[in-house]
Design a protein around this ligand. Structure first.
Ligand code: NAD
Length: 400
């Protein structure tokens, strides 16, 4: 078999307990004036004080912006950037959950190219390199530390919006699982389930190459060996460690495995993309105001079941990675085992079993289906085609 693949990643990834102490050394190579972007929760921790001290000891001048809000309201980015522009940073350090990392990407973008975030909504609108970014995640889920995506909320729009560009990939990701030890069980569950959804959607997606996506001339259908490898690695780690990381939060080994999985899943979907579960979550999130990870996870088993006829081979491999089947030979049996294993794992960590449980009103199901179908880049990437009738059926099945 001829192997084929594409993968875009940070230039440097540091991973492991205590790696946050490398921040000063790493930042020193990228600039002298560091804008540190985080939220009020993290600035109150000893870890934050230590990281700022490390930066200063390495000779950097530091300004902190600690007003990041969950889901990154677009106006908050404009205000934050206006407040720090006079500081003239030459690098941006994002420390926190996906919201802080995405805010840092947006700040680096506006500081480099000006204008408003609205100018860059969608794919490939960023005109060139942005200030070097260092991403230090404190949740294990979004994978934002390695992805080319920033997700924000815009009060003018019903659905959240994304800015996607290879220029938004952080220069360095520093992944220190000790920073996730403080995540409460539900946050750990939501983030980990988000990562599993990224990995499974990337592994079963119609895998576009970045170059094909850049030119939009053709869609590559086939195996992207490089993203598949990352996705399967993530699925295996999550299948064997997520439940424990949620129930025994101080277990550093389980936390490390889940953080590694989140990063690998980010590497996979950052290139291969996500699909229907993510498309449907956009309107579901807008209507229910529930976290992104909760919505995609509640949808995942239903999307897997719908997609099964188009990707039984891949789902059988997912089952093996999760430890739910010994071999992928009996594809039908193994594919069902993968779906059952995801249902069982999500039930064990407290993920709602349906859109109804998430609070989606029954009279909004058709609107949800229409909005989801409108997110063309995700729908086109779904392994089994969807039209309005099949999307309506899928949304109804997921609501039951
Ligand atoms: P988050 O960043 O929104 O944080 C949620 C809450 O958890 C906040 O109150 C935060 O202070 C708290 N928190 C963070 N780390 C903690 C810790 N170690 N201990 C205790 N509390 C902690 O949550 P998230 O799930 O990491 O990120 C969600 C955001 O990321 C959404 O906006 C979503 O759309 C986006 N997202 C982005 C990408 C991407 O590739 N850029 C991918 C998926 C999701």
């Amino acid at each position: 078999m001829t192997l084929f693949g594409a993968l875009r990643l940070p230039a440097e990834i540091l991973f492991g307990a205590g790696q946050r102490h490398a921040l000063g050394r790493v930042a020193q190579r990228l600039g002298q004036r560091a804008l540190v972007v985080t939220d009020a929760r993290f600035t109150a921790t000893p870890a934050f004080a230590g990281m700022v001290a490390d930066l200063e000891q390495a000779g950097l001048v530091v300004q902190v912006h600690d007003a990041v809000l969950p889901d990154v309201p677009v106006a908050s980015v404009a205000e934050g950037v206006a407040a720090v522009r006079g500081f003239e940073p030459d690098l941006v350090v994002g420390i926190g959950g996906g919201s802080c990392l995405d805010f840092a990407k947006c700040a680096a973008l506006l500081l480099s190219h000006g204008g408003a975030l609205q100018d860059y909504y969608g794919e490939f609108k960023v005109p060139g390199p942005v200030l070097p970014l260092i991403a230090v995640p404190t949740t294990a889920g979004t994978g934002s530390e390695v992805t080319p995506v920033a997700v924000i909320s815009d009060a003018e729009r019903t659905l959240k919006v994304g800015i996607s560009s290879p220029y938004l990939i952080s220069r360095v990701a520093i992944c220190d699982p000790e920073l996730t030890l403080s995540c409460p069980p539900m946050l750990s569950a939501i983030a980990g389930a988000d990562a599993l959804t990224h990995a499974i959607e990337a592994f079963t997606a119609i895998k576009r190459t970045p170059d094909a996506a850049l030119t939009q001339e053709h869609v590559f259908i086939g195996k992207n060996a490089l993203t598949d490898q990352q996705a399967l690695h993530a699925i295996g780690l999550l299948g064997h460690n997520l439940e424990r990381a949620v129930s025994v939060g101080e277990d550093l080994e389980a936390r490390s495995a889940v953080m590694m999985a989140a990063m690998a899943a980010g590497a996979a979907f950052g290139t291969a993309g996500t699909a229907a579960a993510h498309a449907i979550q956009y309107p579901v999130g807008a209507l229910t105001h529930t976290p992104h990870g909760l919505g995609v996870a509640a949808l995942l088993p239903y999307v897997m079941a719908y997609n099964r006829p188009a990707c039984e081979t891949e789902l059988a491999q997912v089952a093996v990675a999760l430890g739910a089947a010994e071999a992928a030979d009996d594809r039908g049996h193994a594919a069902q085992a993968a779906i059952d294993a995801v249902v069982r794992l999500f039930a064990a960590i407290g993920i709602p079993r349906s859109l109804g449980e998430l609070g989606l009103p029954t009279d909004q199901l058709d609107w949800t289906a229409e909005q989801a179908l409108g997110i063309g880049r995700l729908i086109k990437n779904n392994p089994r085609p969807l039209d309005l009738a099949t999307m309506r059926r899928l949304v109804r099945a997921a609501h039951a």
